[in-house]
Write a new protein. Structure first.
Lengths: 112, 113
């Protein structure tokens, strides 16, 4: 049972436009949500996180939105750059279990 | 500060064999977690070690085991390899675990023939 779902395996966006990556979850007990970016032959790198008590967090070109009623979060990248082309994983964290649960990833391709 | 290192980077084994993977965390980090990444399954949590003790475990069979040494270096062992064990194995270290930011190594690509 996949508790964190990324239903779009891939996404293509033109350089300079907005990239929106989506993630759905089933467990309302998650305390944090995180986004990681992964380039080929490298491990994932932390991008941005959001606490479950917030609905938005911004860091430069990256903004994460959390909609608790819909159990949905999204990562917005504005403006998108070719260097953003990577696989993006969303993940949840629960303080009680100290466990991270990752989604299956979305491959973003930013076209120059 | 040096990042998380994993050795070996690539490994080819045959069914029934066993394998040991190694992970050296960032200096000062005491928590090491292991993940399995396969296409379509994302990253699946194997286990976490903190101060030489397994603190958390995912839903993997007992063939998957690990340990952590006093210098925080960690090893993961898979016994009686199966074809389905072919995957990228990633380790991540953090200062104390929990919600502390995890830093991932580049992974070990295991192929089971």
């Amino acid at each position: 049972d996949q508790q964190v779902k990324q239903n779009s395996p891939s996404l293509s966006v033109q350089e300079g436009r907005i990239s929106i990556l989506n993630c759905d979850y089933t467990n309302s007990m998650f305390d944090y949500f995180l986004w990681y970016k992964k380039y080929p032959a490298e491990g994932p790198t932390f991008l941005i996180s959001i606490s479950s008590i917030k609905d938005k967090n911004e860091d430069g070109r990256f903004t994460v939105f959390l909609n608790k009623s819909a159990k949905h979060l999204s990562l917005h990248i504005v403006p998108s750059q070719p260097g953003d082309s990577a696989v993006y994983f969303c993940a949840s964290f629960t303080s009680g279990t100290y466990k991270y649960i990752f989604g299956t990833g979305t491959r973003l391709k930013v076209l120059a | 500060k040096a990042g998380v290192t994993q050795t070996p980077r690539y490994l080819i084994k045959t069914r029934g064999q066993q394998v040991t993977l190694s992970c050296s965390p960032i200096s000062g980090h005491r928590s090491v977690s292991w993940y399995q990444q396969t296409p379509g399954q994302g990253l699946q949590f194997l286990f976490e070690y903190f101060s030489e003790t397994q603190r958390n475990k995912g839903n993997f069979p007992g063939r998957f085991s690990g340990r952590q040494f006093s210098n925080s270096r960690s090893e993961m062992n898979v016994s009686t390899l199966e074809l389905g064990d072919s995957a990228l194995y990633l380790c991540a270290s953090s200062s104390r675990g929990g919600e502390d930011t995890q830093y991932f190594g580049p992974g070990t690509r295991l192929t089971v023939l």
